[in-house]
Write a new protein. Sequence first.
Length: 80
Amino acid sequence: MPVGRARAVRPASYRNAVQRLRPLDETECYLRCYGWRGSEETVRVLRAEDAPVRESPSVLAERLRIAFEAGLDARGPEAA
C-alpha cells in the first residue's frame, strides 16, 4: 500500500446502508467521543459570538513593552 493513502475501514456498501436520522450538534458529538464526565463544567462549547473580544497583536505587544519598561525602571540602578 502506498504511503499516505488510507484505506476505508468499512466497505462502500456500508455507507449506502447507513441512514442518519438527524444531524448531530457539536455538543452531542463531543459527548459521543469523550463520554459524559458527570456534572462538572470542565468543557463548554461556545459559539463564536460568545467568545471574548481579544486585542489586536500590535496593541498587546505595546502593552507588554510598556509593562517591561516599567519593570526595568522599577529596578533602579545596577550595583557596580
